[in-house]
Ligand binder design. Structure first.
Ligand SMILES: [Zn+2]
Length: 318
């Protein structure tokens, strides 16, 4: 049986707690419905709170935004997140859109598994997918989806009817490259749900941070970034919930620091952006066990509530 991490003050897999969570060593898997969070209002569920290392015993980066019991937005799909998606009780057919921060494996590795699962659901409307443009080292969002599902050369070309315009019989994925800058750009707006992005610096990897607004609530996802530039502060301004990636400890140097922001930078950004609540995710072997130090660095700069995420945690957005 999988070890469940104990959560802080937040509701983890809210309804599910009522029975199974109180019984250590419970001998059954709860039904999907029993686990879904956010039956009322807006809730963010952490599908993956880890980084790329499997030894952290966490799924890699992935988040779901729920509204009134519907899973509306999926942000990233790192390894392990497809299983967590199933455990969350969400349906692929509920999603309004998928957002990618970038295409490192720990943010995209389970995408194909999620799409394959959707095959068995009844979905008619298109599925918009937004993410960064490419460069010499990384595919663009359109390339990434096409490399997997393209009719001619896609690794999973047997599923190309989910992408190829001419083929009938299924819904279509609609991938888009987002040319973002340090000024937030709105890329999606429909039915009271909107998504906007800024470019963030993640060493040489094209990467985006995302702001999702729905039900009058604002959630911002830093994705992976070293925190350089003004974009993330602008994007996160006055957010109700800011999910930042705690991938390196204070004092990190070299490549680690070129890729990721240490706690002091997270605290600075949270403070400047006046976010109401901070959640730390993308926890790695090098930051796990250093929570006290991390919290202390953040508290020097940011006075709001700070919580460390675990897989399947639900954060109601107040
Ligand atoms: Zn990552």
């Amino acid at each position: 049986m999988r070890t469940r991490h104990t959560s802080g003050t937040f509701i983890r897999a809210a309804c599910f707690l009522t029975l199974a969570g109180l019984l250590p060593g419970y001998a059954f898997l709860p039904t999907a419905d029993a686990q879904s969070c956010g039956s009322q209002g807006v809730t963010v569920q952490v599908l993956g709170s880890g980084g790329p290392e499997l030894q952290d015993k966490r799924a890699s980066s992935s988040y779901l935004v729920w509204e009134n019991g519907q899973a509306r937005v999926l942000i990233d799909a790192g390894g392990g997140s497809a299983l967590r998606f199933g455990e969350s009780g969400a349906q692929m057919s509920q999603l309004e859109l998928i957002l990618f921060s970038h295409f490192h494996v720990d943010h995209s590795g389970d995408f194909a598994a999620l799409i394959k699962s959707s095959w068995f659901e009844d979905r008619k409307r298109p599925l918009p997918i937004y993410g960064p443009p490419g460069n010499d080292f990384m595919p663009s969002t359109v390339e990434f989806v096409t490399d997997l599902f393209g009719e001619k050369r896609g690794a999973y070309r047997y599923l190309s009817e989910l992408l190829a315009p001419g083929e009938e019989g299924s819904y279509k994925m609609q991938p888009h490259d987002v040319a973002a800058s340090s000024t937030p750009v709105a890329v999606f707006r429909s039915g009271g749900l909107s998504a906007s992005a800024v470019r963030v610096i993640h060493d040489g990897v094209p990467a985006l941070a995302w702001r999702v607004e729905t039900g009058g609530k604002v959630i911002v996802f830093s994705g992976d970034t070293n925190g350089e530039g003004e974009g993330l502060v602008r994007l996160a301004m006055n957010a109700d919930l800011f999910i930042a990636h705690n991938a390196v400890p204070e004092g990190a140097e070299g490549v680690e620091r070129q890729l990721h922001m240490p706690p002091s930078v997270i605290g600075q950004i949270a403070s400047e952006a006046k976010v109401k609540r901070l959640v730390l995710s993308h926890r790695m072997m090098r930051t796990l066990g250093k929570e006290e130090q991390t919290q202390a660095e953040i508290k020097k700069r940011y006075s709001g509530p700070v919580t460390f995420a675990n897989d399947l945690d639900c954060f109601p957005v107040k």
